[in-house]
Design a binder for this molecule. Structure first.
Ligand SMILES: Cc1ncc(C[n+]2csc(CCO)c2C)c(N)n1
Length: 223
């Protein structure tokens, strides 16, 4: 239920920043249906550009991995983003009247640039664990949001979005990422990673990425 052993520790270390992300006004608007459609579409366009950069970040993780299992996981995630998720996004945008040309011409907002390039820099400057620390708030935060909103079962036009992230497939992916994270951190920092000198650095990467996720929601509210 908590996506492994390391995630709950980093989540706690992020303090109020975590709730500011997973309980942001944008998320509440998705939950109760009050989020204006224009804000959701604006978010979707930016999210498309975001996912392109995330495919680059997971590809970078392949080069930073130390085991075949780590490599396979990251390569599969990059592949899934490039082959499935981006096509899915194009489909949702097309239904909403945003065609491929508009998507390709869209300009990245500063909050989007800040977040994605921060993650890529965490990977370039640091090792696999540092890159994962910057990557997991995205994956597991959406898992936590989806799971919570799914149980609320409120009437909202954003039910599809909620069920994508609250559904069994996405929750299984979150468990896998949690296991990857536990293995990667134990391998590099030992059995008691909290005592390792690098622990605060990893917590810092996680917290900053979490703050940038909240900034991404905020950008969504300001079309
Ligand atoms: C701003 C933003 N944050 C998180 C996600 C969720 N997400 C991003 S990549 C991915 C697959 C594995 O990395 C998932 C689930 C999103 N779409 N947009």
């Amino acid at each position: 239920m908590s996506y492994g052993r390391i995630f709950p520790l980093w989540r706690a270390a992020a303090g109020p920043h975590w709730d500011a992300y997973v309980d942001h006004a944008f998320v509440r608007g998705i939950a109760d249906g009050s989020l204006p459609r224009a804000a959701f579409l604006h978010y979707l366009v930016q999210d498309y550009l975001f996912l392109v950069q995330f495919a680059r970040a997971w590809s970078l993780a392949v080069t930073k991995a130390e085991t075949m299992e780590e490599m396979r996981h990251c390569a599969a995630t990059a592949q899934a983003l490039l082959e499935d998720e981006l096509a899915l996004h194009r489909g949702i945008c097309a239904e909403a009247g945003i065609d491929a040309r508009m998507l390709d011409a869209a300009e990245e907002r500063p909050a989007n640039i800040a977040y994605t390039r921060y993650v890529l820099d965490a990977g370039h400057a640091g090792d696999f664990a540092e890159l994962l620390a910057a990557l997991v708030p995205c994956v597991l935060g959406y898992g936590e949001i989806g799971r919570r909103l799914c149980t609320e079962r409120r009437d909202t036009p954003y039910r599809d979005w909620i069920e994508t992230y609250g559904g069994a497939d996405y929750q299984a992916l979150c468990d896998k990422v949690g296991a990857l994270l536990d293995g990667a951190v134990t391998r590099r920092l030992g059995r008691v990673p909290q005592d390792a000198p690098r622990w605060p650095v990893l917590c810092g990467r996680f917290t900053t990425a979490t703050r940038l996720e909240a900034g991404f929601w905020q950008m969504g509210l300001e079309p």
